[in-house]
Design a protein around this ligand. Structure first.
Ligand code: PLP
Length: 380
């Protein structure tokens, strides 16, 4: 049996999704069509929008635009508010889909400040505020990091930024938080918030941007009248339906899911520590996502460990993005000031809510055995 310990990469849908989606399979047309099949699709989309609104605590006047995922939602924010001759503030531990378009913007006349996190991986409100300028039009800070799971205090960041730069648009990429912890758009008081469906049990290729009433967002994809003219193109009806189904499950089960994730993650970390001692968990001293464990294992290259575990049917992740078959060194760990050995020898293990504490402990024991074997072979 395969053990998927890579939920932050994608939280693959439960079997129930297939069954629930099957019910709509033959019934839906193009949501822009006037006939009944089209109108059924339109109604399904609007129902899912309302479920998502409820899930993230957005008001009726706020806009929810369905996108192809978090990458597109983030790109929409950056292209709207990171403008030439203006200034954008973000952090150096953002997902590449924020870092890369901001770097590109910086080559096209936008001034960009990337704020470094603490050693534990948190982006502090003060550090953001110190970088604000009169020309700051955008502040974008992720709600929790995908590699370390470390949570940022977005509500405080927003409060402090608003008092110093009242006209700046504030955005948070909450792709890793929705489905794991409560997210309240209104309470966070951000202007825009990014959601990724496949991080909490929907299909891949669907996400959304939540936009506060009155925030002047522009479309990234211009075309037909879909999504209130904010995103042209026929809607991804089945993706949206999967998002609605996943949102509805989270709405009824969030606290038990959070607790289940935390239990399996803690059981994994405690067992691994008991087996090996010589491991260190990044960000353990600060608030983290309930399901994420970023573990430094000295003397073992993360990519070797990922491959060895894969051969045993266990999926974990090393580094960040994977290009040409080799993971790039993590820009997140580098920004946290970690040395080359730590960056090279850190793996991310991320759990699902339907995994038990026994699974966490078993995964740790198997991983410890593989680590001991790799270390022994390197000593030969
Ligand atoms: N933002 C964060 C924090 C992520 O973890 C990811 C995916 O790993 C993304 C954005 C990109 O999400 P998507 O695959 O929906 O484009």
């Amino acid at each position: 049996m395969v053990l998927d310990l890579d939920a932050n990469a994608t939280y693959s849908p439960d079997d129930s999704l297939q069954k629930e989606m099957g019910e709509s399979w033959h019934k839906l047309g193009n949501p822009s069509s006037l006939h009944r099949a089209g109108q059924r699709a339109r109604a399904a989309i609007e129902e899912c929008r309302e479920l998502l609104r409820e899930l993230v605590g957005a008001d009726r006047g706020d806009t929810i635009v369905f996108t192809s995922g978090a990458t597109e939602a983030n790109a929409m924010v950056i292209s709207s508010f990171a403008r030439p001759n203006m200034h954008a503030v973000s952090s150096s531990i953002e997902h590449p889909c924020i870092v890369s378009p901001l770097r590109y913007a910086a080559t096209h006349g936008v001034e960009v400040s990337f704020v470094a996190p603490t050693e534990a991986g948190q982006v502090l409100p003060d550090a953001i505020c110190q970088n604000l300028k009169e020309s700051t039009t955008l502040v974008s800070v992720m709600a929790a990091n995908n590699e370390t799971g470390v949570i940022n205090d977005v509500a405080t960041i927003v409060r402090e930024v608003r008092s110093r730069a009242p006209t700046a648009v504030i955005h948070t990429d909450a792709a890793q938080v929705v489905g794991k912890l409560p997210v309240q758009f209104k309470e966070l008081d951000v202007d825009c918030l990014t959601i990724s469906g496949h991080k909490f049990g929907a299909l891949t290729g669907i996400g959304a941007l939540v936009i506060k009433q009155g925030v002047p967002i522009s479309p990234l994809i211009r075309g037909g009248p879909q999504e209130g003219r904010l995103r042209g193109g026929t809607e991804n009806v089945f993706g949206i339906i999967s998002l609605g189904i996943a949102a509805s499950a989270i709405l009824t089960e969030l606290s038990s899911r959070t607790h289940a994730m935390e239990s399996v993650r803690n059981s994994f970390e405690d067992t691994l520590q008991a087996c090996l001692q010589s491991i260190e968990v990044n960000g353990r001293e600060v608030a983290r996502l309930p399901n994420t464990s970023s573990v430094f294992i000295s003397g073992v290259r993360a990519d070797d460990l990922v491959v060895a575990l894969d051969l045993m049917g266990m999926y974990v992740s090393a580094g960040a993005a994977c290009s040409s078959g080799k993971p790039d060194p993590s820009h997140v760990l580098q920004a946290m000031g970690q040395d080359e050995e730590r960056v090279r020898s850190t793996v991310r293990v991320s759990f699902r809510a339907d995994q038990s504490v026994e699974v966490g402990a078993m995964a740790a024991r198997k991983m410890a055995a593989v680590i001991t074997r790799i270390r022994a072979s390197e000593r030969l």
